[in-house]
Design a protein around this ligand. Sequence first.
Ligand SMILES: [Zn+2]
Length: 470
Amino acid sequence: MGHVELAEKIYDSKRENGNLAEIRKLADEAYVRKTDTHKLQGQALEIWLKNARKMDEFLRKPAEEIKEYQLSKIRDLVDNAFKYVPFYRELYTSCGYELGGIESFADFERLPIVNKQILNAFDASKIVNDPACLAAANTSRTSGSSGTPFTVYSDDADIILDHLQVLRFYNSCLKTPLQENDWVYMLHHAGLAFSSLQGKFRTFQLPDLLPDTPLGEHLLFLRPRLLVTLPSYLPLILRHKDKLRASGVEAILTNSESSTQLERDYYSNTLGLPVFDEYSSEEIGMIATQCTHGNYHVIEDGVYLEIVNTDTGGFGNVVCTDLNNEMMPLIRFDHGDVAKRSISNSRCDCGSPYASLEEINGRRDDAFRTRAFEVVPSASLLAAIDDVLITPDKTLKNFRLVQKGSETIELITQYGDKPHQDMANILLQLQNRISSLFGYPITLLHQNVDMMPKQKSYKRRSIVREWEMS
Ligand SMILES: [Zn+2]
């Protein structure tokens, strides 16, 4: 029996700490997911070795073929939810849905939109297709910026597919695909479903990056091909620039927080490495990823994405349908994010036939709104900050922009030493930039602090809207 147990022990990525005490300590704090078992890793590996090429080809199929695939997935998903999930049964019955009622996307898009609050009002047994499976199901629980905890249940097949879509994204950021013995380095509080696939395609995870973390030394030891990080860590990563370059890392990937193209371009140029961004959610998994040409393409075999209730600027609510979670169907699920589709309809130079997302503005409550409740793009606000505050000055350590009212914005700054000597002029410039984005005059308040006020969420939020339209 002894050798069987030994064989089933999972590969311990954390062991590869290069004998660096700080790395060992931090790595040990990483949360190990329940899914990270030898058995599931093996299943994922088998599917990956068999399907990697097919998965890669899928995203370059003609648009009509992808649409056809999605419609058949959606048809089954809705019918199964209607048959087996009490919540959807009731919801769809009340709007006159009948089995087999989806013949087109237009039919589908007439179904009601759901969200976290609506689903949370029901007992878990009412929102899954088989309550008997609940105890053994995989769960991911999110608090989100809204502060409402929400649990998503999914089966092993869904977890595996999500992981393989992540590996596919990794490959798309590299000139040659990941080999079995390659490492991916993660600076992220949330790791992947699998720390490796039975010792292959390994990830090393640090849940946090501290000022004294010997990241450079460890990168030189491990020589990973990719570095996956929260955008918040990019300034700290910059301190390890030389060792990072020497370690052979080929690209940096960001996710979980919104960052601007301008910010990413800055780090890309300074570090001499491409930076690719990923848009994902705990509920759905990966939603869209940036290609080598900078466009965000939707993960069409994972999610059916709609942008609804668009305003005059083209921004609307992101509504997602998870094409693969049959256990707890998320059908026309509104995340509370706002995004804008790109207008171009031609095939991207990367080979994707699909229209892409031009801009994603994170959680809805992060985006500023005019008095007519139109979205003021966060990227434009951050670009204004970049131009006016960041570019001419190196002593700014932190900032936050808070919308207090329809006409009032507060800038909070934390300078390393004392505030910029020409602060009055800077504030005036910023006020003018923001006013032009709003389309009417804005009052800009300013306070400089020694320490940034605490935020509820772990995510960095530099754009915070406190004002709600009454
Ligand atoms: Zn592309």
